[in-house]
Design a protein around this ligand. Structure first.
Ligand SMILES: [Zn+2]
Length: 76
């Protein structure tokens, strides 16, 4: 099973984790609400898991342009 980390804003692939058995606890998923989980975690057609996070570039952009948060839903 592979987990692909992608930026939810720019869709950049940030990293890939390949594991036979994924311990979701080690990924911190239990700290997410069900809503966050639905939003952040998606299952790809080949059985891979796509995790939507935020990359450093977008994080920086958001920090310098807080109003971008309001645009979040338009970008998805
Ligand atoms: Zn990004």
């Amino acid at each position: 099973m592979a987990i692909l980390y992608k930026c939810r804003h720019c869709k950049q692939l940030l990293g890939t984790i390949k594991q036979d058995i994924v311990d979701t606890r080690s990924l911190g998923w239990q700290t997410l609400s069900n809503e966050d989980r639905k939003e952040m975690i998606q299952y790809g057609a080949n059985g891979e898991i796509e995790m939507y996070v935020i990359c450093e570039d977008c994080q920086e952009t958001l920090e310098h342009n807080p109003h971008y948060h309001a645009l979040d839903s338009f970008l998805q």
